[in-house]
Design a protein around this ligand. Structure first.
Ligand SMILES: [Zn+2]
Length: 249
């Protein structure tokens, strides 16, 4: 516990003494825990660990590796700026345009559609999906707006104000950037958002199941599932005749 109270830069910290602390409406005397070093602003070891664990679960886009490393170095502002650059570069590369920010997004993702027939008259330079269904068109349009906001709103705040020096300011930027990069890589939500049937080799599962009770349970589960499936597929495709015969049975 005491070891974690040390700043990695060996800053001189305020003496560790118990203070009056409130947590969820309960008061007690305890040691103050600083998430950041009060002297240099670096993450304290406990915060560092928590952030590292977070990124172990939330897989950032590989292009954001440098931004992630900057976060670990507590350079939050630089990490956010790096994320903007990575997204902008990806957009420029994919579209072949030599533009910046909002203009770039607009020209790269915009498309024209004939309102009467719904046919696309001018396809976008970067298509996130096939642009056939309504939700596909909505995705393209929505992400265009989001990216425009990302540059016009979020980035401008970073460029012109002194707000970006905290972890909670940089994290949403990096996560958004990762989301956009995945979309630009073709991982469209409408394309991949449906249920993908996953085939499991139950024979293999059975053979690797040492517990005999589990084996029995597996067989029962599969039998019951097959019966249920047969019943429902009959109901779906069956005509009124089938229903009658079921009743008679
Ligand atoms: Zn420090």
């Amino acid at each position: 516990m005491l070891r974690r109270y040390k700043c990695t830069n060996n800053c001189k910290l305020p003496r560790r003494r118990k203070e009056l602390i409130e947590e969820n409406g309960i008061w007690r005397f305890d040691y103050l825990n600083f998430p950041y070093c009060p002297s240099c602003g670096e993450m304290m070891p406990k915060t560092y660990e928590a952030v590292k664990n977070f990124f172990a679960v939330y897989h950032l886009h590989p292009k954001l590796d440098r931004a992630e490393q900057l976060i670990y170095k507590s350079e939050f502002d630089a990490a956010a700026r790096e994320s903007f650059v990575v997204v902008e570069t990806a957009l420029r590369k994919k579209s072949g345009l030599d533009l910046h920010g909002v203009d770039l997004v607009n020209k790269a993702l915009n498309y024209e559609v004939d309102k009467k027939s719904g046919q696309i008259t001018k396809s976008p330079l970067i298509a996130l999906n096939n642009l056939v269904t309504d939700s596909e068109k909505n995705e393209q349009e929505g992400v265009r707006f989001m990216l425009m906001g990302f540059f016009q709103g979020t980035r401008n705040i970073y460029q012109h104000n002194d707000v970006g020096h905290s972890l909670s300011g940089a994290l949403p930027v990096i996560i958004q950037a990762s989301y956009y990069l995945n979309l630009l890589d073709g991982h469209s939500i409408t394309k991949h958002g449906k249920w993908i049937p996953h085939k499991i080799d139950y024979n293999d599962v059975y053979m690797n199941m040492p517990n005999p009770f589990d084996r029995l349970k597996l067989i029962c589960t599969l039998r019951f599932r097959d019966l249920k499936y047969k019943y429902f597929s009959k109901k779906k495709t069956g005509t009124s005749e089938n229903h009658n015969s079921e009743k008679n049975n």
